[in-house]
Design a protein around this ligand. Structure first.
Ligand SMILES: Cc1ncc(COP(=O)(O)O)c(C=O)c1O
Length: 397
């Protein structure tokens, strides 16, 4: 690896000519995709339960080891449909430290979020707080499996059973992860996965809902197209959340590549783990509570005092190098325009979420990162720590 001469933020050249993004961006090579697309055009069947969608749903059911995998246009629709299909009422307990779609879906379903804090080490839903938030209006817990790790699903199931609550999971980060050898996909009443291009299994846009519940699956299938009046299962609210054949084609190819891509991510994670280990103030968040991870995210926590720069200042350093590190998740959802008033009326403190939203950052992993690049990114973080005083002066000038 070439030694970098100086940080770009201090006047040196940017380390990367092209931007390095954080998402997975695994795409099959053109020849495989072209062949799949040619089939779609020859059949002239583009949408509405086409053969590729059927094949993908069968393969996903087997991948997730679950009875039903219902593909949808994206993970956000999957969450909205799930909350509706479960016929929930009143309030849903959810972490504030999540992607905005998790909580927006609760609003689209006409429900009210109750924000729960997360564990400071694992960043997963803090189960110790959960029982204190339950009241007669709460009908469900929407837990989020973060960072290629997981909540403790069996403990959550026990709490929800005790209070007769529905439990569902936003598993947008969790495709292929395993808890005690069991794949995410069949915990709680259902789980929702995202197949956005930034995720491990990508159909460009897309997602799927997994469940072992036949009635729930039938309701979800009936809700998915916008002409549910003609369906055999009666549902009140419908939307158009269909997955097209073109999406399914990419999904099938990426599913074939899953293990290769997962292994690539694991190798990159190992490099970050080694290279960041001795930098003061940098904590790499390991995927927790899982026996197998997809390593979909590389997340670090920056301790400003020990590192010398805040998370935001380090992000400026990295962006100047063309490394598109992201503040993730920022802000906590309870601080956004729509949800702040709701949180204020509920009044439960969220100290860990408040802190993590100021310290947590996502680093690049996935198709466009190789071992050399992960080393280079780590070396830049080290230089930033060593030259923190000069960097602060430059930023504050
Ligand atoms: C935790 C979480 N939930 C839900 C979503 C939404 O998924 P989609 O982009 O497929 O709608 C995302 C997307 O990044 C996510 O990270």
């Amino acid at each position: 690896m070439n030694e970098k001469i100086g940080l770009a933020i201090l006047g040196g050249a940017a380390s990367f000519a092209e931007p390095i993004h954080v998402g997975q961006l695994y795409f099959p090579d053109w020849s495989r995709y072209e062949k799949a697309m040619r089939g779609i055009f020859e059949r002239q069947y583009y949408n509405n339960n086409g053969p590729l969608l059927t094949e993908l749903e069968q393969k996903l059911a087997s991948f997730f080891n679950v009875k039903h995998a219902i593909c949808v246009h994206n993970g956000t629709f999957g969450l909205m449909m799930s909350l509706e299909a479960l016929q929930l009422t009143g309030k849903v307990i959810v972490p504030s430290f999540t992607f905005i779609a998790t909580v927006q879906a609760i609003r689209w379903a006409g429900l009210t979020p109750v924000f729960c804090d997360v564990d400071p080490t694992t960043h997963q839903l803090d189960i110790t707080q959960l029982e204190g938030l339950i009241d007669p209006e709460v009908s469900a817990v929407l837990a989020v499996n973060l960072w290629g790790g997981a909540c403790k699903p069996k403990e959550l199931e026990a709490v929800c059973d005790k209070y007769n609550l529905n439990l569902l999971f936003d598993s947008a980060h969790g495709a292929g992860c395993e808890v005690d050898g069991k794949r995410l996909g069949s915990f709680g009443r259902l789980e929702v996965f995202s197949f956005h291009a930034t995720k491990m299994i990508s159909s460009a846009e897309g997602g799927c809902i997994t469940t072992n519940d036949d009635d729930l699956a039938a309701r979800l299938v009936a809700m998915r197209p916008s002409y549910a009046a003609a369906q055999s299962v009666e549902v009140v609210r419908v939307l158009n959340a269909r997955m097209s054949e073109a999406q399914a084609a990419i999904g099938l190819l990426n599913l074939q590549d899953f293990e290769k891509n997962r292994q690539h991510n694991e190798n990159i994670f190992a490099v970050y783990h080694q290279e960041l280990a001795n930098i003061p103030g940098v904590e790499l968040v390991a995927p927790t509570n899982v026996t197998r991870s997809n390593y979909q995210y590389v997340v670090v926590n920056i301790d400003e005092q020990a590192f010398g720069l805040s998370r935001d200042q380090l992000q400026e350093v990295l962006v100047a190098e063309n490394i598109k590190a992201r503040k993730y998740f920022y802000p906590g959802i309870h601080r956004t325009i729509e949800f702040h008033p709701i949180w204020l009326t509920q009044g439960n403190p969220l100290p860990v979420t408040e802190k993590l939203s100021e310290t947590c950052m996502q680093l690049p992993v996935g198709a466009f990162v190789d071992i050399e690049k992960a080393r280079r990114i780590s070396a830049i973080i080290k230089m930033a720590q060593q030259q923190a005083v000069e960097v602060v002066k430059r930023i504050e000038k």
